[in-house]
Design a protein around this ligand. Structure first.
Ligand code: HEC
Ligand code: HEC
Ligand code: HEC
Ligand code: HEC
Ligand code: HEC
Length: 366
């Protein structure tokens, strides 16, 4: 009996351990790390190029065999590539239908031209790895904190990027330790335990075995933390631990209740489309009304909402007018999308393909 109980206990803890560590890298060290960057005179870089010394884009900083882009942008026909037993989410790929088969972050390939969509700088964030600086925008619009970021230095992580510790200059230094961290509880306390290594951001990562990093399904999507009183983002800390707060580290004037370039806040009628407000309208006499949004009850990945809870455990396909919150990602993608200004649908070209994300929320205007 004792052995049986021990056996059951052991099996249970093994199951717990497996599910707890599912978002960490696994497999042989040699799959991803080199020790001297040479074995019998062979160069050991496998994923992306490796220059002999020093630069931030040099993977050897962590004795790595690949760069961020080398591992995450293999441009194969897969949205998820496997190294040994580790799955690597792809952010630049040649897979499936635009939108429908991308992972939640989107696909940088829309910027360089993807499946007949044509190339366009306005479809997303032109990171240096694309070798294609944005021709129109040279700084982040609404750059409240004077980030020093330009169309020539925007990168994946660190001071000039989005992931990891934004006080650290350099991709690898900024992300150090995150890939091996236990992120079973996304609490924003460390880089590894932040939503997708976006330091300080909270949310619930969709890491389900069938759809890891996937978003485009009302039942399999990430949950984003929202806040109706986030305050103002610092240069490197996201207000309210929200994803909109992260965007505001670089686009500060676009955030919250529509702060403008003079630092003044707008009120209803709004001066900029609000974020961090609940889906309940305010009439012009200031009275709250649900009418405008009341029929948005089934989560639509075209225009997702954030949740006030740190770790939302409710039904994924449910929207709660009066509770759930507008965020930057209600309308925008993160890396790049198929549409003008990184929108989640063709706002500019509407009725184009017939999808109107505005009406997903503004149900009374549909
Ligand atoms: C699937 C790829 C992969 C595998 C397998 C892997 N690593 Fe890593 N490791 C990384 C990446 C990517 C980084 C750099 C980014 C980071 O630190 O998050 C890293 C960073 C590290 C670091 C420095 C940061 C820290 O956590 O202290 C150490 C040490 C390390 N790995 C050791 C190992 C050892 C030992 C093994 C084998 C038991 C191993 N790694 C297997 C991908 C991998
Ligand atoms: C050697 C290959 C390799 C390199 C180099 C690498 N990664 Fe990863 N990355 C992985 C693997 C494998 C995973 C999936 C396991 C995980 O979630 O930690 C991953 C996951 C991630 C995730 C998603 C984390 C999550 O919560 O799901 C982010 C973000 C990320 N990497 C960013 C980066 C950045 C930025 C760099 C460069 C500084 C980088 N990676 C370099 C292999 C790599
Ligand atoms: C680390 C700084 C940084 C962060 C964080 C950031 N951006 Fe940007 N963003 C930029 C820069 C730089 C540009 C201009 C260069 C470009 O578009 O490639 C830009 C441009 C944009 C554009 C216009 C795209 C175009 O090419 O016309 C949109 C839309 C946008 N960002 C939305 C967002 C959203 C939404 C978030 C949060 C998920 C976010 N940004 C987070 C730096 C940032
Ligand atoms: C995620 C849900 C959501 C989406 C998507 C959305 N809105 Fe809104 N919108 C709101 C909320 C909530 C308010 C604030 C209402 C209030 O409290 O006054 C608002 C406010 C507005 C206002 C200001 C109304 C006023 O009283 O000043 C306009 C105009 C507007 N939205 C237009 C749009 C357009 C156009 C789109 C598509 C590009 C869009 N919205 C997409 C939820 C949304
Ligand atoms: C209701 C939908 C909606 C929300 C919410 C929203 N945006 Fe936008 N955003 C747009 C649209 C549409 C455009 C295209 C330009 C326009 O019509 O004003 C745009 C344009 C932009 C641009 C490009 C401006 C330029 O000059 O090229 C940036 C940067 C941007 N948004 C960032 C953000 C950030 C950061 C947030 C959250 C704080 C946010 N947006 C929230 C709809 C939205």
């Amino acid at each position: 009996m004792k052995t049986l109980l021990f056996g059951i206990g052991f099996t249970l803890s093994a199951v717990v351990l497996v599910s707890m560590s599912q978002a960490r890298v696994t497999g042989e060290c040699v799959n991803c790390h080199t020790m001297h960057n040479s074995q019998a005179g062979q160069a050991m870089a496998t994923y992306g190029t490796s220059s002999p010394e020093g630069a931030d884009t040099d993977p050897k900083v962590d004795l790595l065999r690949g760069t961020c882009f080398g591992c995450h942008a293999q441009m194969t026909g897969e949205a998820i590539v496997t190294i040994g037993s580790s799955k690597i989410p792809q952010v630049f790929h040649n897979f499936g239908q635009p939108g429908a088969d991308d992972l939640a972050g989107g696909n940088f390939a829309y910027i360089t031209g993807y499946k007949g969509s044509g190339a366009s700088d306005a479809r997303g964030h032109n990171i240096v790895q694309l070798n294609r600086p944005d021709d129109t925008l040279s700084t982040p619009p609404g750059d409240q904190h004077a980030t020093g970021i330009t169309n020539f230095n925007l990168t994946c992580a660190g001071k000039y990027g989005c992931h990891g510790d934004r006080t650290v200059d350099g991709d690898y230094g900024a992300i150090n330790g995150a890939h091996h961290a236990n992120d079973s509880m996304v609490d924003g306390e460390t880089g590894g335990a932040s939503f997708r290594f976006l330091n300080g951001v909270k949310g619930v990562e969709n890491n389900g075995p069938a759809y890891p990093w996937q978003d485009y399904n009302q039942n399999h999507h990430n949950e984003y933390k929202g806040s109706t009183s986030p305050g103002i983002s610092g240069p490197t800390s996201p207000a309210g631990n929200t994803i909109s707060g992260l965007c505001a580290e670089c686009h500060g004037y676009y955030h919250g209740i529509s702060q403008d370039e003079t630092g003044e806040y707008g009120h209803t009628p709004w001066r900029r489309h609000p974020t961090d407000v609940v889906l309940e309208g305010t009439t012009h006499s200031g009275t709250k009304t649900l009418g405008e949004y009341v029929f948005y009850q089934t989560y639509d990945v075209v225009a997702p909402v954030a949740r006030p809870e740190d770790n939302y455990t409710g039904l994924p396909d449910e929207v709660r007018p009066g509770t759930d919150i507008v965020m930057c990602l209600s309308c925008h993608g993160a890396h790049a999308t198929n549409y003008f200004k990184l929108m989640r649908w063709d706002y500019r070209g509407w009725p184009g393909d017939g999808v109107n994300g505005c009406a997903v929320c503004h149900t009374s205007k549909d």
